[in-house]
Design a protein around this ligand. Structure first.
Ligand SMILES: *Cc1c(COP(=O)(O)O)cnc(C)c1O
Length: 364
Protein backbone atom coordinates (compact mmCIF):
# COMPACT_ATOMS: atom_id res chain seq x y z
CA UNK A 1 0.00 0.00 0.00
CA UNK A 2 1.24 3.45 -0.90
CA UNK A 3 0.00 6.94 -0.10
CA UNK A 4 0.22 7.70 -3.79
CA UNK A 5 1.21 5.32 -6.60
CA UNK A 6 2.78 7.12 -9.54
CA UNK A 7 4.14 3.97 -11.21
CA UNK A 8 0.63 2.55 -11.55
CA UNK A 9 -0.45 5.68 -13.37
CA UNK A 10 2.57 5.60 -15.67
CA UNK A 11 1.89 1.95 -16.54
CA UNK A 12 -1.67 2.79 -17.53
CA UNK A 13 -0.49 5.34 -20.14
CA UNK A 14 3.05 4.14 -20.78
CA UNK A 15 2.80 3.73 -24.54
CA UNK A 16 1.50 7.23 -25.16
CA UNK A 17 4.02 8.78 -22.78
CA UNK A 18 6.98 6.94 -24.27
CA UNK A 19 6.03 8.06 -27.77
CA UNK A 20 5.90 11.76 -26.90
CA UNK A 21 9.12 11.66 -24.89
CA UNK A 22 10.93 10.08 -27.82
CA UNK A 23 9.46 12.62 -30.19
CA UNK A 24 10.65 15.59 -28.10
CA UNK A 25 14.13 14.08 -27.79
CA UNK A 26 14.29 13.60 -31.56
CA UNK A 27 13.16 17.16 -32.29
CA UNK A 28 15.70 18.54 -29.83
CA UNK A 29 13.78 21.56 -28.51
CA UNK A 30 13.83 21.51 -24.71
CA UNK A 31 13.04 24.90 -23.13
CA UNK A 32 9.62 26.25 -24.19
CA UNK A 33 8.68 25.11 -27.72
CA UNK A 34 5.74 23.72 -29.64
CA UNK A 35 4.51 21.35 -26.94
CA UNK A 36 4.53 24.17 -24.38
CA UNK A 37 2.51 26.43 -26.69
CA UNK A 38 -0.06 23.73 -27.38
CA UNK A 39 -0.29 22.82 -23.71
CA UNK A 40 -0.81 26.48 -22.82
CA UNK A 41 -3.70 26.72 -25.29
CA UNK A 42 -5.24 23.50 -24.03
CA UNK A 43 -4.97 24.55 -20.39
CA UNK A 44 -6.44 28.01 -21.00
CA UNK A 45 -9.39 26.35 -22.69
CA UNK A 46 -9.67 23.62 -20.02
CA UNK A 47 -9.70 26.13 -17.16
CA UNK A 48 -11.86 28.69 -18.95
CA UNK A 49 -9.30 31.51 -19.04
CA UNK A 50 -7.85 33.38 -22.00
CA UNK A 51 -4.16 32.90 -21.27
CA UNK A 52 -2.00 30.22 -19.72
CA UNK A 53 1.73 30.61 -19.23
CA UNK A 54 3.91 27.57 -18.59
CA UNK A 55 6.43 28.06 -15.79
CA UNK A 56 8.88 25.89 -13.96
CA UNK A 57 6.90 25.44 -10.73
CA UNK A 58 3.74 26.32 -8.87
CA UNK A 59 5.82 28.39 -6.49
CA UNK A 60 7.08 30.48 -9.39
CA UNK A 61 3.52 30.87 -10.65
CA UNK A 62 2.63 32.50 -7.32
CA UNK A 63 5.80 34.60 -7.31
CA UNK A 64 5.32 35.83 -10.87
CA UNK A 65 1.64 36.53 -10.18
CA UNK A 66 2.59 38.86 -7.33
CA UNK A 67 5.37 40.43 -9.41
CA UNK A 68 3.08 40.99 -12.39
CA UNK A 69 0.46 42.61 -10.16
CA UNK A 70 3.09 44.97 -8.77
CA UNK A 71 3.11 43.63 -5.20
CA UNK A 72 6.15 45.08 -3.47
CA UNK A 73 7.78 45.94 -0.19
CA UNK A 74 5.32 47.25 2.39
CA UNK A 75 2.25 45.74 0.73
CA UNK A 76 0.08 43.27 2.62
CA UNK A 77 -1.33 40.08 1.17
CA UNK A 78 -4.07 38.11 2.92
CA UNK A 79 -3.93 34.34 2.92
CA UNK A 80 -4.48 31.23 4.98
CA UNK A 81 -1.97 29.95 7.54
CA UNK A 82 -3.04 26.37 6.78
CA UNK A 83 -1.29 25.66 3.49
CA UNK A 84 2.07 24.73 2.03
CA UNK A 85 4.78 27.30 2.78
CA UNK A 86 5.06 28.43 -0.87
CA UNK A 87 1.80 30.40 -0.67
CA UNK A 88 3.20 32.84 1.90
CA UNK A 89 6.89 32.38 1.14
CA UNK A 90 6.68 34.21 -2.18
CA UNK A 91 4.94 37.16 -0.51
CA UNK A 92 7.78 37.44 2.00
CA UNK A 93 10.46 36.98 -0.64
CA UNK A 94 9.18 40.11 -2.39
CA UNK A 95 9.38 42.08 0.85
CA UNK A 96 5.61 42.22 1.20
CA UNK A 97 3.87 40.97 4.31
CA UNK A 98 1.72 37.84 4.51
CA UNK A 99 -1.27 38.57 6.74
CA UNK A 100 -3.03 35.42 7.85
CA UNK A 101 -6.74 34.82 8.23
CA UNK A 102 -7.91 31.74 10.15
CA UNK A 103 -9.62 28.83 8.42
CA UNK A 104 -13.13 27.45 8.31
CA UNK A 105 -12.98 24.21 10.33
CA UNK A 106 -15.35 22.42 7.91
CA UNK A 107 -13.43 23.03 4.70
CA UNK A 108 -9.93 23.91 5.97
CA UNK A 109 -10.05 26.88 3.57
CA UNK A 110 -9.81 30.58 4.44
CA UNK A 111 -12.73 31.70 6.63
CA UNK A 112 -14.39 34.36 4.50
CA UNK A 113 -16.16 35.88 7.51
CA UNK A 114 -12.77 36.85 8.97
CA UNK A 115 -11.20 38.50 5.93
CA UNK A 116 -12.60 42.03 6.30
CA UNK A 117 -11.11 42.53 9.77
CA UNK A 118 -7.62 42.08 8.35
CA UNK A 119 -7.87 44.61 5.54
CA UNK A 120 -5.75 47.76 5.95
CA UNK A 121 -4.74 50.57 3.58
CA UNK A 122 -1.69 48.49 2.68
CA UNK A 123 -3.65 45.36 1.67
CA UNK A 124 -3.23 44.67 -2.05
CA UNK A 125 -4.29 41.08 -2.65
CA UNK A 126 -5.93 37.93 -1.31
CA UNK A 127 -4.57 34.46 -2.03
CA UNK A 128 -7.25 31.86 -1.33
CA UNK A 129 -5.90 28.30 -1.47
CA UNK A 130 -8.13 25.49 -2.74
CA UNK A 131 -6.82 23.11 -0.12
CA UNK A 132 -6.88 19.34 -0.73
CA UNK A 133 -8.52 20.09 -4.09
CA UNK A 134 -11.63 21.74 -2.68
CA UNK A 135 -12.30 25.29 -3.89
CA UNK A 136 -12.43 28.08 -1.33
CA UNK A 137 -15.68 30.05 -1.02
CA UNK A 138 -14.91 32.34 -3.95
CA UNK A 139 -18.09 34.47 -4.29
CA UNK A 140 -17.61 36.34 -0.99
CA UNK A 141 -13.86 36.58 -1.61
CA UNK A 142 -14.36 38.19 -5.01
CA UNK A 143 -17.02 40.53 -3.56
CA UNK A 144 -14.71 41.69 -0.76
CA UNK A 145 -11.87 42.13 -3.25
CA UNK A 146 -14.04 44.27 -5.52
CA UNK A 147 -15.18 46.42 -2.63
CA UNK A 148 -11.63 47.05 -1.42
CA UNK A 149 -9.90 46.97 -4.81
CA UNK A 150 -7.77 43.95 -4.07
CA UNK A 151 -6.40 41.40 -6.50
CA UNK A 152 -7.44 37.78 -6.10
CA UNK A 153 -4.79 35.15 -6.81
CA UNK A 154 -6.10 31.58 -6.67
CA UNK A 155 -3.58 29.09 -5.38
CA UNK A 156 -5.01 26.12 -7.25
CA UNK A 157 -1.85 24.03 -6.95
CA UNK A 158 -3.93 21.20 -5.46
CA UNK A 159 -7.05 21.78 -7.51
CA UNK A 160 -6.55 21.24 -11.24
CA UNK A 161 -10.02 20.78 -12.70
CA UNK A 162 -11.87 21.59 -9.48
CA UNK A 163 -15.05 23.67 -9.81
CA UNK A 164 -16.81 26.29 -7.75
CA UNK A 165 -20.48 26.80 -8.71
CA UNK A 166 -19.74 25.49 -12.19
CA UNK A 167 -16.61 27.60 -12.72
CA UNK A 168 -13.19 26.02 -12.99
CA UNK A 169 -10.49 26.90 -10.46
CA UNK A 170 -8.20 29.58 -11.94
CA UNK A 171 -11.03 31.23 -13.88
CA UNK A 172 -12.54 33.09 -10.91
CA UNK A 173 -9.82 35.36 -9.53
CA UNK A 174 -7.57 37.77 -11.43
CA UNK A 175 -4.90 35.11 -11.65
CA UNK A 176 -4.80 31.36 -11.03
CA UNK A 177 -1.68 29.37 -10.18
CA UNK A 178 -1.16 25.67 -10.83
CA UNK A 179 1.54 23.22 -9.87
CA UNK A 180 2.41 20.12 -11.86
CA UNK A 181 4.69 18.78 -9.12
CA UNK A 182 4.66 14.99 -9.69
CA UNK A 183 2.36 14.27 -6.72
CA UNK A 184 -0.32 16.78 -7.80
CA UNK A 185 -3.46 15.57 -9.51
CA UNK A 186 -2.00 16.48 -12.91
CA UNK A 187 1.66 15.77 -12.31
CA UNK A 188 4.69 16.17 -14.55
CA UNK A 189 7.85 14.05 -14.31
CA UNK A 190 9.74 16.87 -12.64
CA UNK A 191 8.96 20.42 -11.52
CA UNK A 192 6.47 22.42 -13.57
CA UNK A 193 3.80 25.05 -13.01
CA UNK A 194 1.47 27.47 -14.76
CA UNK A 195 -0.18 30.85 -14.37
CA UNK A 196 -3.60 31.46 -15.88
CA UNK A 197 -5.46 34.73 -16.39
CA UNK A 198 -8.07 36.44 -18.52
CA UNK A 199 -6.05 39.67 -18.49
CA UNK A 200 -3.85 40.21 -21.52
CA UNK A 201 -1.53 42.68 -19.79
CA UNK A 202 -0.85 40.33 -16.89
CA UNK A 203 -0.24 37.48 -19.34
CA UNK A 204 2.25 39.51 -21.38
CA UNK A 205 4.10 40.61 -18.30
CA UNK A 206 4.34 37.07 -16.93
CA UNK A 207 5.61 35.80 -20.29
CA UNK A 208 8.46 38.28 -20.05
CA UNK A 209 9.04 37.72 -16.34
CA UNK A 210 9.59 34.00 -16.94
CA UNK A 211 12.30 34.81 -19.45
CA UNK A 212 14.52 37.47 -17.83
CA UNK A 213 12.20 40.36 -18.67
CA UNK A 214 12.70 39.71 -22.33
CA UNK A 215 10.49 39.51 -25.42
CA UNK A 216 13.27 39.73 -27.93
CA UNK A 217 16.43 37.69 -27.52
CA UNK A 218 19.17 39.47 -25.56
CA UNK A 219 17.04 42.60 -25.12
CA UNK A 220 15.75 42.98 -21.56
CA UNK A 221 13.07 45.53 -20.67
CA UNK A 222 13.10 44.72 -16.95
CA UNK A 223 14.63 42.20 -14.58
CA UNK A 224 12.90 38.87 -14.48
CA UNK A 225 13.45 35.22 -13.70
CA UNK A 226 14.46 32.01 -15.36
CA UNK A 227 11.19 30.14 -15.05
CA UNK A 228 10.20 28.48 -18.29
CA UNK A 229 8.31 25.23 -18.73
CA UNK A 230 10.23 22.39 -20.40
CA UNK A 231 8.97 21.10 -23.73
CA UNK A 232 9.36 17.54 -22.45
CA UNK A 233 7.18 18.19 -19.39
CA UNK A 234 4.57 19.92 -21.56
CA UNK A 235 4.46 16.93 -23.91
CA UNK A 236 3.93 14.59 -20.94
CA UNK A 237 1.32 16.86 -19.40
CA UNK A 238 -0.60 17.06 -22.70
CA UNK A 239 -1.02 13.30 -22.65
CA UNK A 240 -2.09 13.35 -19.01
CA UNK A 241 -4.51 16.25 -19.51
CA UNK A 242 -6.64 13.92 -21.64
CA UNK A 243 -7.10 11.71 -18.57
CA UNK A 244 -7.36 14.25 -15.79
CA UNK A 245 -11.18 14.45 -15.76
CA UNK A 246 -11.43 10.68 -15.57
CA UNK A 247 -8.82 10.58 -12.81
CA UNK A 248 -10.60 13.33 -10.89
CA UNK A 249 -13.84 11.31 -11.16
CA UNK A 250 -12.06 8.25 -9.82
CA UNK A 251 -10.70 10.30 -6.92
CA UNK A 252 -14.22 11.52 -6.16
CA UNK A 253 -15.55 7.99 -6.24
CA UNK A 254 -12.79 6.89 -3.87
CA UNK A 255 -13.61 9.77 -1.53
CA UNK A 256 -17.28 8.71 -1.50
CA UNK A 257 -16.24 5.13 -0.69
CA UNK A 258 -14.07 6.34 2.18
CA UNK A 259 -16.86 8.57 3.48
CA UNK A 260 -19.30 5.63 3.36
CA UNK A 261 -17.02 3.13 5.02
CA UNK A 262 -15.93 5.55 7.75
CA UNK A 263 -19.42 6.54 8.87
CA UNK A 264 -19.85 6.31 12.62
CA UNK A 265 -16.20 5.85 13.57
CA UNK A 266 -15.77 7.39 16.99
CA UNK A 267 -13.92 10.72 17.01
CA UNK A 268 -13.46 10.75 13.24
CA UNK A 269 -14.72 13.42 10.84
CA UNK A 270 -14.78 12.74 7.10
CA UNK A 271 -14.56 15.54 4.50
CA UNK A 272 -17.83 17.33 3.70
CA UNK A 273 -18.88 16.91 0.10
CA UNK A 274 -20.70 20.11 -0.81
CA UNK A 275 -22.99 20.27 -3.85
CA UNK A 276 -21.70 23.77 -4.73
CA UNK A 277 -18.14 22.70 -5.37
CA UNK A 278 -16.43 19.87 -7.18
CA UNK A 279 -13.31 18.88 -5.31
CA UNK A 280 -10.59 16.90 -7.04
CA UNK A 281 -9.51 15.26 -3.78
CA UNK A 282 -5.83 15.93 -4.22
CA UNK A 283 -5.80 14.68 -0.63
CA UNK A 284 -8.41 12.68 1.23
CA UNK A 285 -8.00 14.17 4.69
CA UNK A 286 -9.93 13.26 7.79
CA UNK A 287 -9.93 14.82 11.23
CA UNK A 288 -9.34 12.40 14.03
CA UNK A 289 -8.91 12.54 17.80
CA UNK A 290 -5.59 11.26 19.09
CA UNK A 291 -4.17 11.61 15.60
CA UNK A 292 -0.51 10.88 16.34
CA UNK A 293 -1.24 7.63 18.12
CA UNK A 294 -3.53 6.47 15.31
CA UNK A 295 -1.00 7.40 12.68
CA UNK A 296 1.59 5.27 14.48
CA UNK A 297 -0.77 2.33 14.75
CA UNK A 298 -1.63 2.56 11.07
CA UNK A 299 2.08 2.68 10.23
CA UNK A 300 2.58 -0.51 12.22
CA UNK A 301 -0.02 -2.11 9.93
CA UNK A 302 1.93 -0.83 6.90
CA UNK A 303 -0.66 1.83 6.11
CA UNK A 304 1.03 5.02 5.04
CA UNK A 305 -0.60 8.31 5.97
CA UNK A 306 0.54 11.94 5.87
CA UNK A 307 -0.13 15.16 7.72
CA UNK A 308 -0.98 18.16 5.59
CA UNK A 309 0.21 20.19 7.50
CA UNK A 310 1.75 19.56 10.90
CA UNK A 311 2.67 23.20 11.58
CA UNK A 312 0.61 26.18 10.45
CA UNK A 313 2.58 28.88 8.68
CA UNK A 314 2.28 31.52 11.40
CA UNK A 315 4.30 29.24 13.71
CA UNK A 316 7.02 28.33 11.18
CA UNK A 317 10.52 29.46 12.18
CA UNK A 318 10.97 30.98 8.72
CA UNK A 319 8.06 33.36 9.33
CA UNK A 320 8.75 34.08 12.98
CA UNK A 321 9.67 37.67 12.08
CA UNK A 322 6.00 38.36 11.39
CA UNK A 323 5.43 38.23 15.14
CA UNK A 324 2.60 35.72 15.37
CA UNK A 325 2.29 33.39 18.37
CA UNK A 326 0.47 30.25 19.45
CA UNK A 327 -3.24 30.95 19.78
CA UNK A 328 -3.43 33.53 16.97
CA UNK A 329 -5.22 31.15 14.59
CA UNK A 330 -6.91 28.52 16.76
CA UNK A 331 -8.69 26.70 13.93
CA UNK A 332 -5.51 26.29 11.88
CA UNK A 333 -3.67 25.12 14.98
CA UNK A 334 -6.40 22.64 15.87
CA UNK A 335 -6.47 21.33 12.30
CA UNK A 336 -2.71 20.81 12.35
CA UNK A 337 -3.16 18.54 15.38
CA UNK A 338 -6.11 16.58 13.98
CA UNK A 339 -5.74 16.12 10.22
CA UNK A 340 -4.65 12.87 8.67
CA UNK A 341 -4.42 12.22 4.93
CA UNK A 342 -5.17 8.67 3.82
CA UNK A 343 -3.92 6.94 0.66
CA UNK A 344 -5.54 8.61 -2.36
CA UNK A 345 -4.98 8.08 -6.06
CA UNK A 346 -7.33 7.22 -8.93
CA UNK A 347 -6.29 3.58 -9.25
CA UNK A 348 -6.99 2.77 -5.58
CA UNK A 349 -9.67 0.05 -5.60
CA UNK A 350 -12.88 -0.14 -3.62
CA UNK A 351 -11.58 -3.34 -1.99
CA UNK A 352 -8.40 -1.62 -0.89
CA UNK A 353 -10.42 1.23 0.58
CA UNK A 354 -12.65 -1.25 2.44
CA UNK A 355 -9.58 -2.90 3.93
CA UNK A 356 -8.04 0.46 4.82
CA UNK A 357 -11.22 1.53 6.59
CA UNK A 358 -11.40 -1.77 8.50
CA UNK A 359 -7.84 -1.15 9.70
CA UNK A 360 -8.72 2.38 10.75
CA UNK A 361 -11.69 1.07 12.73
CA UNK A 362 -9.40 -1.42 14.45
CA UNK A 363 -7.04 1.41 15.45
CA UNK A 364 -9.44 3.85 17.08
C1 LIG B 1 2.41 22.22 -4.27
C2 LIG B 1 1.92 23.51 -3.81
C3 LIG B 1 2.56 24.72 -4.17
C4 LIG B 1 3.88 24.78 -4.84
O1 LIG B 1 4.00 24.12 -6.04
P1 LIG B 1 5.44 23.67 -6.57
O2 LIG B 1 5.15 23.28 -8.00
O3 LIG B 1 5.88 22.51 -5.74
O4 LIG B 1 6.36 24.81 -6.48
C5 LIG B 1 1.96 25.91 -3.78
N1 LIG B 1 0.83 25.93 -3.06
C6 LIG B 1 0.21 24.80 -2.68
C7 LIG B 1 -1.06 24.89 -1.90
C8 LIG B 1 0.75 23.56 -3.01
O5 LIG B 1 0.14 22.44 -2.63
Amino acid sequence: MKLLDLQLQYKSIQQEIDVVIKSVLEKGVFILGEEVEKFEEEMASYCGTSYAIGLNSGTDALLLALKALGIKEGDEVLTTPFTFIATAEVVSLLGAKPVFVDIDPQTFNIDVSKIKDKITTRTKAIIPVHLYGQPADMDPIVAIAKEHQLFVIEDAAQAIGAEYKGKKACSIGDVGCLSFFPAKNLGAYGDAGMLLTKDKRIAERVKMLRNHGSKKKYYHEFLGYSSRLDNLQAAILRVKLRYVDKWNEMRNYNALCYNDFLVGVDGLMTPKISPEVKSVFQQYTIRIKDRDRIQERLASLDIPTAIHYPMPLHLQPALQYLGYTVGDFPEAEKASREVLSLPMYPELSREEITQLCDSIRSCV
